[in-house]
Design a protein around this ligand. Structure first.
Ligand SMILES: C[S@@+](CC[C@H](N)C(=O)[O-])C[C@H]1O[C@@H](n2cnc3c(N)ncnc32)[C@H](O)[C@@H]1O
Length: 590
């Protein structure tokens, strides 16, 4: 199934499509119960002010979804839940009562249960949250993982921002990431954090060969006399005479990239000499453990991931490597795509590199703008992404296209996105209070190959569902506006579109309609005349009517655009002027 992008509620997707024990690593970054709604920001698009459109909501109420989910857990529907989980949710119900927090916890419980089922026995799970609900989420995850042989491994504190809070409490600057494994045998690639030059200067000794550890003296011995080889003379040094015995510390053994466990004590010491870790200096009372460090060495990654922009300095062994220990995204960071709550690629890189290998399957059930997906793709993992909003799906496609080239899209399987008129109608009629205007967003973003800026505003421009900009000169651009109609259309809609074009100063207006346009509408649209694109030497109908059927057949806005909808994602292939028209080729629908 990888690499697959699912559009829909992750619970439905996981239950319907998720096969048992198929996922190596799952990272989720669900809404945190912040009681806010989040907007996608479009910066400097077409010289307009910052535009925004709602991306997702994080307000929870005790609604039908919550009631249904709660009843499923309590009734232990299909035996999906562990007894501990059922008891926990019952307990939380009596403590918290039916309200927003319980609704949120029930939502997460249902999904983590499915994720646990999907994980391979060697799989790992990371839940990204913050202190708003982390303490509750921990007991939810414990009840699911630890009751079935899984293990809670770490609570990672990630510094997500600088300190800027002016309220009367300590500035909230960290998120929490819980790390669980499905069993005691799991993928763990020994992550290391590079040594900082300052640390190396302070703690290592520099000689002609480089920097070496400063373990002097009796580091290779322990106090007390022992029998056997440990107490015997080695290379002319007798530890017993000095009341000691040969003992190699675990930390030294760990530094060696080979298994010494089968060797005797003297053989181990010999091997350490062969590998260059021990130097015997006649002027010293004891052999010196002298490991020279390489730029790839470092300390084991701790559970606090806190980038310090001004104090961390340079990474050992590089001339310009600044420590970027999972740095946060600065306001003007080039990685930013305008998606609220976007996580930095460095964070996902550490998680994916630590808990999976090339070719493994990585799942993100709350995909957002696709950080996990983009990093998984770059690190040559297979991936599965899910999101409930089309804006997110569109952004992920755009991000993949920009970072890995248009061809990469042909390898993406899309699921849940309308592919025929029935599913388009179903989307138009779908009632889901967790999302807004999904049909309109899907239509505009699909027709523009994810280039449009979604318009969510209410008020005077209520009728417009999106805008797009195209280059008309070196610095000038012109605007296209889009209206989407899922119901009855009539001649008056063309007049309204013309009015909107005048108010918006748009040169082209596109009406995307589910129903066929009437002859009178087509006539009226033709009467609006044509727009001449001087740069391209082409003319376009000023008012264009496009049916959903045509969009499904692959019709796209064919004006070349150089102003992109969102700030550039980091790209590996710079594709300067893109003619619209590349779509994922392999498509599955529900
Ligand atoms: C905090 S954001 C994830 C951000 C992401 N980690 C990134 O770096 O872009 C949460 C995402 O979960 C999605 N979401 C919320 N409820 C969902 C559900 N029931 N099924 C699938 N996606 C959902 C939202 O649309 C939003 O994009």
């Amino acid at each position: 199934m990888p690499n697959t992008l699912f559009y829909g509620d992750n619970l439905e997707v996981l239950r319907r499509h998720g096969r048992d024990e198929t996922v190596d690593l799952c990272y989720i970054d669900p809404p945190f119960n912040s009681k806010r709604n989040y907007n996608q920001i479009y910066n400097n698009i077409g010289g307009e002010d910052r535009a925004q459109a709602q991306a997702f909501t994080d307000t929870w109420i005790w609604d039908d979804h919550a009631i249904q989910g709660f009843e499923e857990v309590i009734a232990n529907d299909r035996g999906r839940f562990q007894g501990q989980t059922v008891q926990l949710i019952k307990g939380l119900h009596s403590v918290l009562k039916e309200g927003s927090l319980l609704a949120y916890l029930v939502h997460i419980t249902l999904r983590v249960v499915e994720i646990y089922r999907l994980l391979k026995p060697t799989g790992s799970f990371y839940l990204h949250c913050d202190p708003t609900a982390s303490h509750y989420l921990k007991i939810v995850c414990d009840s699911i993982f630890c009751s079935q042989g899984g293990d809670f491994k770490s609570e990672i504190v990630w510094r997500r921002t600088g300190s800027h809070n002016k309220t009367q409490r300590y500035a909230p600057i960290h998120d929490i990431i819980f790390f669980y494994t499905k069993s005691s045998k799991y993928t763990w690639n020994n992550p290391k954090r590079p040594y900082m030059q300052g640390h190396v200067d302070e703690n290592f000794i520099k000689d002609d060969q480089g920097y070496r550890t400063n373990y002097y003296g009796n580091v290779l011995t322990g106090s007390g006399i022992r029998g056997g080889e440990s107490g015997k003379s080695w290379r002319g040094i007798n530890p017993t005479e000095k009341g000691r015995h040969w003992a190699i510390p675990g930390a030294v053994i760990e530094e060696i990239d080979e298994d010494l466990s089968e060797l005797t004590q003297h053989e181990k010491l010999d091997r350490l000499v062969e590998l260059g870790y021990i130097s015997i200096d006649p002027t010293q009372a004891w052999p010196i453990y002298a490991r020279y460090i390489k730029s790839t060495d470092g300390q084991p990654v701790p559970d606090i991931w806190a980038y310090q922009p001004y104090t961390s300095g340079t990474v050992f062994g590089t001339t310009d490597g600044i420590d970027e220990d999972v740095r946060w995204l600065a306001t003007k960071d080039s990685e930013r795509l305008g998606y609220p709550t976007q996580k930095p690629e460095g964070l996902l890189q550490r998680i994916i590199e630590t808990s999976s290998n090339k070719g493994d399957v990585v799942l993100d059930a709350y995909g957002g703008c696709g950080t996990t997906i983009a990093v998984a793709q770059r690190l040559k993992r297979e991936w599965i992404g899910i999101d409930i909003t089309y804006q997110s799906i569109s952004l992920v496609l755009r991000r993949l296209e920009k970072a890995f080239g248009a061809d990469s899209l042909s390898k993406v399987i899309l699921n849940g996105i309308p592919q025929d008129i029935q599913s388009a109608v179903a989307l138009a009629n779908k009632k889901d209070d967790r999302v807004r205007k999904e049909f309109e967003k899907w239509a505009v973003l699909t027709f523009t190959n994810n280039r449009a800026v979604i318009n969510d505003k209410k008020g005077a421009d209520q009728g417009i569902d999106g805008r797009a900009y195209f280059l008309t000169g070196k610095r000038d651009n012109a605007k296209v506006i889009f209206q989407v109609k899922s119901g009855h259309v009539k001649r008056g809609d063309i007049a309204t579109l013309r009015g909107d074009m005048g108010r918006e100063n748009a040169v082209i207006g596109v009406l995307i309609t589910l129903e066929q346009a009437t002859g009178a509408m087509v006539k009226e649209a033709k009467a609006a005349g044509q727009y001449k694109h001087e740069l391209m030497g082409r003319t376009y109908d000023t008012i264009q009517i496009v049916t959903i059927e045509e969009v499904l057949d692959g019709k796209r806005l064919d004006i070349p655009m150089s102003l992109e909808v969102l700030k550039a994602a980091q790209r590996e292939v710079e594709d300067k002027q893109m003619i619209l028209g590349v779509q994922p080729s392999r498509i599955e629908s529900f």
